[in-house]
Design a binder for this molecule. Structure first.
Ligand SMILES: Cc1cc2nc3c(=O)[nH]c(=O)nc-3n(C[C@H](O)[C@H](O)[C@H](O)COP(=O)(O)O)c2cc1C
Length: 446
C-alpha cells in the first residue's frame, strides 16, 4: 500500500490565530463548555483524522485580559472526549517538571483504558517561567535540568506502565484469583529526582503504553525525542528547515537503535482556505485586523523567558541584535531560534513579526485554495519534510469544517489518506509497534 499520511487536529482556543476568539465565524460557545471540545473531536473523527491534541500551560498568561487563552485541564477533557468518540486518538500535554510520575502514569493509563487504547501523552518540560511560581516558587528550572529530570521521569513512567504484564489479570471468580502476583512487579526506582516503588495500581493499559509524543526541537529536545517519541510535533516556517529537521531526527532515532518509521514527524500547518487564493488572503488579512500588537509583544516576551521588548518601536526593521541569544534562553529555546531566523531572513518590523506570529505562533501558515493546500501537504509528505501534519485551523470550528470537506477528499483521491479507520487504537492509526517489555521472553533472558 502507498505510504499513508497522518493528520492530527490541534485544538486551541477558538482557533490558532491569536484573534480567532473575537471573529464572528468562530464558535460562540464558552471555552469552558465541554460541548465545544466534544463537537470538534466528533468532527475530526468523521473526517478520519488520526488524533486530536490538547496543549497545556501551568500558569495564566499575562495577556489574559485581551486573549481567550483560558482552558480546561487537558487530561480531564480527554476523559470526556474518550466517551464521546470511538476511534480518534486522544493526545494531551502533561509536564515532567511539575507532575509526579506515579500520578501521570496512572492518569494516562486510565485514559487509555477509558478510550480502549487511544491515549497519547505529549511530553513537555514546561518552558513557561511563570509556571515555576505555581509549583514551589523556587525559580525556573533550567533547560538542562528540565531535560535531565525528564530523562529520569521517562524511566519511572515506562517502568510503571510495564509493571503489569498483559496476562496478569485472571479475574477468575470460581478460583477466587483476581491477578497473578508473578506477573506484577514493583519497580523500586531510586534516582536523583524520584523514588518510586511501584507497581502501578492498575492493570496494563490496552496499548501497553500510551503513545509518546514530544515537541521540543532544541538539540537536547531532539535527542530526547529520538530516544522516546513515537510522534513529534514541530514548528517550521519553511520547507527547507522542516526537511533538515526531518532528516536529523530520523538519523538520531536510527542512532538510538530505533526504526525511523516508528518516529512520525508532524510539522504544524495553519491553513486559511478560500475558493480562490485572493479570497483566502483577504480572509487572513481580515482576521489579522482583529489582532492586538501589544498582546503579541507580551507573548514574544514570554517565549524569550520574560525579556523586555517594550522599548522596541513597532515600525523599524528588526535585527537579530534586538533579541537575546537563543542559547541563553531558558524558555522555549527552539522557537526563539525560529523567530530569529525569520528576522535574519525577512528583516520584518516588530509589527510585521507580531502579525506573522499571531497566525500560528511560528508554525507554517498558508492562505490558499483546497488544491493549493493539498499540493503543499503532498509535496512536504513526499519530499522528506513530513510524515503528516499537525493541523492548526486559524478559526474553529469553521476552518476545520472546510479543511475536512474540501482538502481531505483531495488527499483521499490521491491515495494519501484513509477513507476509513482500519484499526481502533492510536498505535494502529499511526502504524506504531506494540511496546516491548521486560516481561517478554527475549528481554527477560538478558
Ligand atoms: C505543536 C507544539 C505543541 C506544544 N505544546 C506545548 C504545550 O502544550 N505545553 C508546553 O509547555 N510546551 C509545548 N510545546 C513546547 C515544546 O514542548 C518545548 O517545550 C519547546 O519547544 C521548548 O523546548 P526546546 O527548547 O527543546 O525546543 C509545544 C511545541 C510544539 C511545536
Amino acid at each position: 500500500m502507498q505510504r499513508q499520511l497522518h493528520l492530527n487536529l490541534f485544538f486551541h482556543s477558538r482557533g490558532h490565530h491569536e484573534a480567532s476568539w473575537r471573529h464572528p465565524h468562530s464558535s460562540p460557545l464558552p471555552l469552558t463548555d465541554i460541548g465545544y471540545y466534544q463537537d470538534l473531536a466528533r468532527k475530526a473523527e468523521a473526517a478520519k483524522f488520526d488524533s486530536i491534541f490538547l496543549a497545556d500551560q501551568l500558569a495564566l498568561g499575562e495577556d489574559a485580559a485581551q486573549a481567550a487563552r483560558t482552558w480546561l485541564e487537558p487530561i480531564t477533557v480527554l476523559a470526556a472526549l474518550a466517551v464521546s468518540t470511538s476511534r480518534i486518538g486522544l493526545i494531551a500535554t502533561c509536564s515532567t517538571t511539575y507532575t509526579e510520575p506515579f500520578n501521570l502514569a496512572r492518569q494516562f493509563a486510565s485514559i487509555d483504558h477509558i478510550s480502549n487504547g487511544r491515549a497519547g501523552w505529549n511530553i513537555v518540560t514546561s518552558w513557561l517561567a511563570t509556571a515555576a511560581r505555581n509549583f514551589g516558587d523556587t525559580g525556573q528550572v533550567s533547560h538542562e535540568d528540565r531535560y535531565a529530570r525528564a530523562e529520569e521521569f521517562m524511566t519511572v513512567v515506562k517502568g510503571l506502565w510495564d509493571s503489569w504484564s498483559e496476562d496478569a489479570v485472571l479475574d477468575d471468580r470460581a478460583s477466587g484469583r483476581y491477578a497473578r502476583p508473578d506477573r506484577i512487579r514493583p519497580i523500586n526506582h531510586r534516582g536523583q529526582f524520584y523514588r518510586v516503588a511501584g507497581p502501578l495500581n492498575m492493570p496494563r493499559c490496552p496499548q501497553g503504553r500510551p503513545v509518546l509524543v514530544q515537541a521540543g526541537s532544541s538539540d537536547t529536545g531532539r535527542r530526547f525525542a529520538a530516544r522516546y517519541a513515537e510522534a513529534v510535533f514541530t514548528a517550521h516556517m519553511e520547507k527547507r528547515t522542516a526537511q533538515a529537521f526531518y532528516a536529523d531526527l530520523k538519523a538520531l532515532a536510527r542512532a538510538e537503535g530505533r526504526h525511523p518509521d516508528q518516529v512520525l514527524i508532524l510539522p504544524g500547518l495553519s491553513p486559511m482556505i478560500g475558493s480562490t487564493e485572493a479570497e483566502a488572503k483577504r480572509m487572513a488579512r481580515e482576521l489579522n485586523e482583529f489582532a492586538d500588537p501589544e498582546v503579541g509583544r507580551k507573548r514574544l516576551s514570554g517565549r524569550f523567558g520574560g525579556h523586555d521588548f517594550s522599548h522596541l518601536p513597532l515600525d523599524r526593521p528588526l535585527t537579530p541584535e534586538d533579541f537575546p541569544d537563543p542559547g541563553s534562553v531558558q524558555a522555549a529555546r527552539s522557537r526563539t531560534e525560529v523567530i530569529i531566523n525569520i528576522v535574519r531572513r525577512d528583516k520584518p518590523t516588530l509589527r510585521q513579526l507580531l502579525a506573522y506570529m499571531a497566525g500560528a505562533r511560528g508554525h507554517f501558515t498558508m492562505a490558499g485554495t483546497p488544491e493549493q493546500i493539498a499540493d503543499l501537504i503532498e509535496d512536504w509528505f513526499t519530499d522528506g519534510a513530513a510524515d503528516g501534519f499537525n493541523v492548526m485551523p486559524p478559526l474553529l470550528p469553521n476552518m476545520l469544517e472546510i479543511f475536512s470537506a474540501e482538502v481531505i477528499p483531495l488527499l483521499q483521491r490521491r491515495g494519501l489518506f484513509r477513507t476509513e479507520y482500519s484499526g481502533i487504537t492510536l498505535r494502529e492509526h499511526y502504524g506504531l509497534d506494540w511496546p516491548k517489555t521486560a516481561f517478554e521472553p527475549a528481554a527477560a533472558a538478558e
